[in-house]
Design a protein. Structure first.
Lengths: 246, 230
């Protein structure tokens, strides 16, 4: 087949006149990692709150938390991205909308993507935390209450420390999903890895080299996250459960 | 915001549903069928005692699961014409339509996810079932298709259906190829008439209603089959 391979293309100058194509891909890597980290913090915070309040026993609060989860799980991520990017600035008070629309486009897409990915992921984390708390033996909160701990203390000192350590494996796969999902931010113009590879492909016509580079970068990130999580799991796993390293 | 224009939704609804949603549903159903068949084959390969066979299947599944769907969509969009050209000895890339390309992509990509579901399903079948099948003289193929897979599929039906809802939502990503799925159709109208707020909110509502109804049905089905099995 007559496809002209040219692996040297990575050292050619990109249209921005500053970086080589290799440089733009590395920049893409930074954007992917950056947006994923910010989104992960948002997801942990919001998902943690929604997850905890989803188990408090108050029917209305639990219903609200369930509704939150359903809302974010049943709308495709790409549609959510468009809602945050195109619709959100139109429906908020005019001054805030104007501020978003006139901000530096690279950063406004970054924050939009981070919030969108963060809230999307938070609904998944909330589900994991709820399932983790419910999976604990009922004797745990009872014993804690019998000791005289208040409700917040039961969660703070007994339920959450156990839950967090037990749901690490599903959290690891949520983190990997988040990194993969960050590629959707390319549709609103964030030049993360997929976006950088796509623009390189459009300028150079070296289709397979561009996407091969993106593939290598994603696989590398995956390996790093898997190793990191494996280390955390080893450090934090709860003694006495199956899967505990001896 | 200058008032929500419901009229444009009513006016464009026939286009959105008959062209857009039709494309989305067709892609969802066909790629689900393809992905379940391929995923089952991959799962059997992964559980094979032949090291090389299980390594090939495992490598494929892990690679697919490590990459974002958008990147895979781009890969296959450009790769498939070359493969078709090579298979037909044409000596040049053969253009395949956008729908075909998307269908191939989703089948190959989602097969990796179905493989993991089916593998867990097969592993949940007691080993004695397999041995009993062999003991009465069934071949590997017969044991799989008459004994193991029927039990495995019954156990994993809720997971399979949940994955179908995921595929339904994922098909919106064909937007990056400018295809006219439901979101693509909504986007066409939004860009043409400058009605982004209305169209994207409407798209979100429709996706939500379909996914929510589907996931509620899966939950009900699960509860009923649990009750029946108990």
């Amino acid at each position: 087949m007559n496809y002209n391979w040219n692996w040297m293309v990575f050292w050619e100058m990109a249209p921005d006149g500053v970086h080589t194509y290799m440089g733009t891909l590395i920049q893409g890597l930074y954007w992917t990692v950056g947006v994923s980290i910010v989104a992960w913090c948002i997801a942990l915070l919001v998902g943690g709150i929604v997850g905890v309040f989803g188990t408090t026993g108050n029917a209305w609060v639990e219903r609200f938390c369930a509704g939150y989860v359903e809302l974010f799980r049943n709308v495709p991520l790409l549609v959510q991205m468009f809602l945050w990017y195109f619709v959100f600035p139109e429906v908020v008070p005019a001054r805030l909308g104007e501020f978003i629309k006139t901000a530096d486009p690279a950063w406004s897409t970054f924050w939009t993507a981070a919030v969108c990915l963060g809230l999307f992921t938070s609904s998944r984390i909330a589900v994991q935390i709820q399932a983790g708390i419910r999976a604990l033996p009922a004797g745990q909160p009872m014993a804690a209450t019998a000791l005289g701990l208040t409700r917040p203390q039961v969660y703070r000192y007994v339920l959450l420390p156990l839950t967090v350590r037990m749901i690490l494996p599903p959290m690891a796969s949520e983190a990997l999903n988040l990194i993969k999902n960050s590629s959707v931010a390319f549709t609103i113009g964030l030049l993360e890895i997929t976006g950088a590879a796509r623009s390189m492909q459009e300028f150079t016509f070296q289709i397979f080299e561009s996407f091969a580079a993106a593939t290598v970068l994603y696989v590398a990130i995956n390996i790093v996250v898997v190793l990191l999580m494996r280390y955390l799991e080893k450090r934090l796993s709860v003694p006495g459960f199956i899967g505990q390293p001896r | 915001m200058h008032g929500f224009d419901f009229e444009i939704i009513i006016r464009t609804a026939p286009y959105l549903f008959t062209v857009g949603l039709m494309f989305t549903l067709k892609l969802t159903v066909l790629s689900t069928i393809g992905a379940i068949i391929l995923g089952t084959l991959l799962a059997i390969m992964r559980l094979s005692s032949n090291r090389a066979v299980s390594a090939v299947a495992g490598g494929y599944v892990n690679l697919m699961r490590a990459l974002p769907l958008i990147l895979i969509i781009f890969w296959f969009y450009f790769l498939v014409p070359y493969i078709v050209g090579w298979l037909t000895q044409a000596g040049r890339p053969i253009a395949v339509g956008g729908f075909t390309s998307a269908l191939i992509t989703f089948t190959l990509f989602e097969a990796a996810y179905f493989c993991e579901i089916v593998r867990a399903g097969i592993q949940s079948v007691p080993r004695g079932q397999l041995d009993a099948g062999y003991a009465i003289g069934l071949s590997f193929r017969q044991v799989m298709s008459y004994v193991v897979l029927p039990q495995a599929f019954r156990k994993m039906t809720p997971l399979l259906l949940t994955q179908v809802i995921v595929i339904f939502q994922d098909t919106s990503l064909v937007y990056v190829l400018s295809l006219t799925d439901f979101l693509g159709a909504a986007n066409n109208v939004a860009q043409r008439d400058g009605r982004l707020v209305e169209m994207f909110v409407f798209a979100a509502v429709v996706y939500f209603l379909i996914s929510y109804a589907a996931s509620r049905s899966v939950k009900m089905l699960e509860r009923r089959s649990n009750a029946a099995g108990a």
